[in-house]
Design a protein. Structure first.
Length: 518
């Protein structure tokens, strides 16, 4: 077989959920063509699917070295090293990614721009916009806009939500109460699903909240054709530049008004998206130059919550490997969000709070071993939490005393999970959408004192709360009371519907999209 045929065979095996079987044909392909960058990329994808992030990073390093100007290759490399918590060449690798991005022509569409790789690392809003624009142009190649339908006044607007995540998924956990709270007399809500129906309780609940149109078997153009045929007025993409996205279907212009919301923390960079939904914290109107869409602000936090979500009985600390008398500091964000500066700040906290344990979500054996090695004399005070199901995870979070948010990329659903379990969160807010989400959530919950703006203040706030049990208890009581600023879902639904109406009124009047302030 030719290298291309072997690579195609391996990709089919990986996509069929058999990544281990993909390794051998890829190695055969490399033996025949040792500098074929596409084969190295496929090898990296297969190794990642097996949880072998260190080996995946080495596979990605070859195309990054062979093609230093490739934003895609540099992005895959740096993201894989972050998943492996391998910081040995992080500064060099991140600089190479940013340099490749800076050198890429603004109109290029020759490769995926890897915006998600930037999300977890230091970046500017302008860099994220350029990376996202590169990705949007690449995925939309060859797709042609349909003849636009003319917006007309309607008593009942038809809103379509497009996502792969209408099952037991973080997005569904955030969205379900909103879908149930929509005014279905005034709005015809439809879910365009291109992901699995897993039969879970959350999946059943979200699919009962609105009619589901299964477009999983359709291609991008056919997905757009179905949405257009259904007469959707406002189409809301809930994935953006994340895995399993069909953002490119919107390049066909199936709906008169097209919106990005919730899935990706930043601009889509796409000329075919009219609005990005945010709020005054995550998307200040002053940041508009760094968004390809018009900013549409909700008056409060842009991220909905589920009022019905409640934690089950908590396990004992002993069952989780934690000490009963320790101050348990929760690190529940994925390992790729941990940077050397953040880890150093957490070790500083542990040294200042000798009775504390850091309870960090495991990133797998390779990443955990590297984090322990980087912990120095604090290594014996770190406990890793294995991944578990959503309900079990929420129940176990209750044993924590305080959650430590990540930066420069905050916890998004992770922050909501902690609050739902009654655990206060301390965050550091920065200048880009991914680093402002937790501040938006905490401000809506009325716990602004947990928002900091630099590393020194972040460490100091954690240590102050770590030493003050009464202050932590007051925060816990405030959070568990479910403050209406964050948990009033009917109000959230009316605010969102009002935003949709404002978008539609402009379209009906023949006006172009414009910034919509809160």
């Amino acid at each position: 077989m030719t290298p291309a045929a072997l690579r195609t065979q391996a990709e089919a095996l990986r996509l069929a959920g058999r990544p281990a079987e993909a390794i051998d044909p890829l190695l055969q392909a490399l033996a025949l063509a040792p500098t074929d960058t596409d084969t190295y990329l496929q090898l990296g994808f297969a190794l990642q699917a097996l949880g072998l992030h260190s080996q995946a990073a080495e596979a990605f390093r070859t195309p990054a070295l062979l093609n230093p100007g490739s934003v895609m290759a540099q992005g895959y490399l740096v993201h894989a090293t972050q998943k492996a918590a391998d910081w040995t060449q992080l500064d060099t690798d991140l600089a190479a990614l940013r340099r490749a991005l800076a050198d890429k022509p603004d109109t290029a569409d020759d490769e995926f721009g890897m915006p998600f790789a930037l999300v977890g690392l230091t970046h500017t809003r302008a860099e994220l916009r350029k990376s996202a624009a590169l990705a949007s142009r690449h995925v939309a190649r060859g797709l042609k806009p349909m003849m636009p339908s003319k917006p007309v006044p309607r008593e009942r607007l038809r809103i379509g939500y497009l996502s792969a995540d209408f099952h037991a998924h973080a997005t569904a956990a955030l969205l379900v109460d909103l879908l149930e709270s929509h005014d279905h007399q005034r709005f015809d809500i439809r879910l365009y699903a291109h992901g699995p129906d897993d039969g879970s309780a959350l999946g059943r609940r979200i699919r009962a909240a609105a009619p589901v149109v299964d477009v999983g078997a359709l291609g991008l153009a056919a997905t757009a054709e179905r949405i257009r045929a259904d007469g959707v007025d406002i189409l809301v993409d809930l994935k953006g530049h994340t895995a399993s996205s069909r953002l490119a279907a919107l390049a066909c212009r199936p709906a008169p008004v097209q919106v990005s919301w919730l899935g990706f923390p930043g601009t889509s960079g796409a000329g075919f998206i009219d609005y990005v939904i945010g709020d005054p914290v995550v998307t200040p109107l002053a940041h508009a130059p760094d968004y390809s869409e018009c900013i549409a602000q909700l008056p409060h936090c842009y991220q909905p919550q589920d009022r019905r979500r409640a934690a089950g009985p908590a396990p004992s600390r002993a069952e989780l490997g934690l000490k009963d008398d320790a101050l348990v500091l929760l690190g529940a964000n994925a390992v790729y969000k941990i940077t050397p500066a953040l880890w150093a700040a957490w070790m500083d906290v542990l040294r200042q709070l000798p009775g504390a344990q850091l309870w960090q979500l495991s990133g797998g054996e390779q990443a955990d071993a590297r984090l322990l090695a980087a912990a120095g004399d604090c290594a014996d005070r770190i406990v890793f939490a294995p991944p578990v199901g959503m309900d079990e995870h929420l129940a176990r979070l209750q044993v924590a005393d305080l959650a430590l948010d990540s930066w420069p990329c905050n916890g998004h659903t992770t922050t909501s999970d902690a609050l739902a379990a009654g655990v206060p969160v301390v965050t550091l807010m920065n200048d880009s959408f991914p680093g402002r989400v937790a501040a938006s959530i905490l401000a809506a919950a009325g716990v602004d004192r947990c928002i900091t703006h630099d590393a020194a203040s972040y460490v100091a706030r954690i240590c102050d709360l770590g030493r003050d049990a009464a202050a932590r208890q007051a925060l816990r009581e405030q959070i568990t009371a479910r403050p209406t600023g964050l948990y009033d879902t009917p109000r959230f639904a009316r605010d969102l519907e009002s935003l949709y109406q404002r978008m539609w009124e402009r379209a009906v009047a023949g006006l172009p999209p414009a910034p919509l302030g809160a």
